[in-house]
Design a binder for this molecule. Structure first.
Ligand code: GLA
Length: 372
């Protein structure tokens, strides 16, 4: 193992999963509901105390590393993965917890930019590992808030809490209906019967999406304040109608999308409870329609994949997943159809965009944990 050869000690090993989201997109930072699950792809971090005056973190898959001193933590101007780690350390320090120098090596199998939250998985792996190694006594709830703040302050994305929550609290074979206001969830065991979920990655990287993400968030916040409510979670379509003349048609549609998506998410949890996969599928298509036409966070490649899914009678539902502007679609498809759908999609995507898409199967899994 690379950690042992580099640092000559046995590390602690943490696994932290990526996540899917069945439905409830861009609702988390509006205090709404989301319906995610942790998956069997994730980050493994090896972590241990350092006996030098520096700390070191290595990204095994990229063959890159960074060395830093704990009394001078700041974001790197050209930092990618480094800032997630530095941010977590800084946020732990902000809570007056003491970390000593440490070494960390991490790697994983979550495709970058796929909308499966490789960043939250990394943040959670780091905070979880440091908590164990240095006996910080942080609760899981505190840990996910640290992960989220790291992303706000060191990466510059004002993300909600969905990704960190799903990655930390995932339950095998379950989807979590998370109330992002109370940060409490209810697990729903899901029986896919003759169906399964597949993810189709456009392989479009959403690198320009950070500013668009923060823009969407601020539109939602300003409409909530016009409505005199804490967040759009507290607003109804009727309330929104009352200020229609005071907002642009584009922003009106964005707020309307959020209000409707929160409702769809609750309906989706009922559909799962009743084992009504057809109803669930329809909600997925409706969610995509809103993300594409109202919230405007989709892209041509994602829309293409969802359109093809809709034309196939064996696909109950499909939609873009995650922040948008690239990444994956999530598809609920009849198992017997998967093979031919996969080859049809791969060929059509290649013909249309002259690039390949990637297709993944995922299992719903447990959250962040130690591995031996
Ligand atoms: C990203 C953010 C999440 C959430 C989704 C959109 O994944 O990190 O907090 O807002 O986008 O649903």
């Amino acid at each position: 193992m690379s950690f042992k050869s580099r640092f000559e000690t046995d590390p602690l090993l943490v696994f932290s999963p990526g996540r899917i989201n069945l439905i409830g997109e861009h609702t988390d930072y509006n205090d709404g509901f989301v319906f995610p699950a942790a998956v069997d792809k994730g980050i493994v971090a090896a972590i241990g105390k350092s006996h030098t005056l520096k700390s070191q973190a290595c990204a095994f898959d990229k063959n890159e590393s960074v060395e830093f001193s704990l009394n001078d933590i700041k974001p790197l101007s050209r930092g990618g993965w480094q800032n997630y780690i530095l941010g977590v350390v800084a946020e732990i320090q902000n809570r007056s917890r003491i970390v000593d120098n440490f070494n960390l090596v991490f790697g994983g199998d979550i495709p970058d930019g796929a909308g499966m939250s490789s960043s939250a998985a990394l943040e959670n792996a780091v905070v979880y590992g440091l908590n164990e190694v240095f006996g910080l006594s942080l609760s899981k709830h505190e840990m996910i808030l640290i992960s989220q703040k790291a992303e706000h302050n060191y990466v510059g994305v004002k993300c909600g809490i969905m990704d960190q929550y799903a990655s930390m609290f995932g339950v095998e074979n379950n989807v979590l209906l998370l109330d992002c206001r109370t940060v409490k969830s209810k697990s729903f065991e899901i029986d896919f019967k003759d169906y399964e979920l597949i993810l189709i990655n456009t392989n479009v990287k959403h690198s320009l999406s950070d500013s668009a993400y923060n823009d969407r968030r601020s539109v939602c916040e300003s409409i909530a304040s016009m409505l005199n409510v804490k967040s759009l979670r507290d607003a109804t379509e009727y309330d929104l109608e009352t200020i229609k003349d005071g907002v642009t048609p584009e922003n009106y549609q964005k707020a309307l999308y959020v209000i409707q998506e929160i409702e769809r998410t609750v309906k989706a949890s009922k559909a799962v409870e009743e084992g009504n996969l057809k109803a669930l599928g329809e909600l997925l298509f409706a969610s995509h329609n809103g993300l594409q036409n109202q919230y405007k966070v989709s892209c041509e490649e994602l829309d293409f994949l969802v359109t093809l899914a809709k034309l196939n009678g064996h696909v109950l539902g499909a939609r873009m997943m995650g922040g948008g502007f690239g990444g994956c679609t999530i598809n609920l498809i009849e198992k017997t159809e998967t093979k031919s759908f996969k080859s049809f999609i791969s060929e059509s995507y290649k013909n249309r965009f002259n690039k390949v898409c990637s297709i993944y199967h995922v299992k719903l899994s447990n959250g962040t944990r130690l591995i031996h």
